[in-house]
Design a protein around this ligand. Structure first.
Ligand code: DQA
Length: 160
């Protein structure tokens, strides 16, 4: 993907130009736009991510998706000591993975948990997440807009 050039507005620290945020999406979210569209909508995450990048030119925004628990943990380890914030939708792993929750606790980067659907309006097994405790907060049920809201939080609350 080619991104437009960005102008720096948000300074994290003198030595770094952009606040660095990453969106980490868990299993099956690669199928957004095709998967259970009545719940998750018609838009692919690639196209939504491009619109997020274009709307948030003052930050450095990355995206990672994996269907593998270990790959998600490795990514958190890789970026969690460098990036300013993690926006994580652990998808099904949110409800099962002690290890992803532990990985979020292990790194200094702050995290926000996002769910596209309202997990509290769905089956009971979706009501608990092993990630929430290690996140600043959680956004659920606001569709893809939840990712933008999480970005807004980091922009308005930089840890300078
Ligand atoms: C989800 C909710 C989870 O319960 C589910 O397993 C997902 C997506 C959401 O974004 O609404 O895969 O995290």
């Amino acid at each position: 993907m080619k991104y437009p050039s960005r102008k720096s507005i948000t300074f994290k620290a003198e030595y770094r130009e952009f606040m660095r945020l990453i969106i980490i999406n868990g299993p099956n979210l690669n199928l957004l736009g095709k998967r259970e569209t009545d719940i998750y909508g018609n838009q692919s995450f690639d196209s939504y991510f491009l619109s997020l990048v274009n709307k948030n030119l003052e930050i450095d925004l990355s995206y990672f998706q994996s269907n593998a628990e270990g790959a998600i943990i490795d990514k958190i380890h890789e970026i969690g000591f460098e990036f300013d914030g993690i926006i994580i939708n652990g998808a099904g792993y949110s409800h099962t993975s002690v290890a992803i929750g532990d990985a979020l606790a292990a790194v200094p980067a702050r995290s926000i948990e996002v769910h596209i659907s309202n997990v509290y309006a769905r089956e009971e097994f979706r009501h608990h997440s092993y990630l929430t405790k290690n996140c600043v907060g959680m956004i659920t049920g606001l569709g893809l807009t939840g990712y933008q809201l999480a970005i807004n939080y980091f922009i308005e609350n930089p840890e300078l």
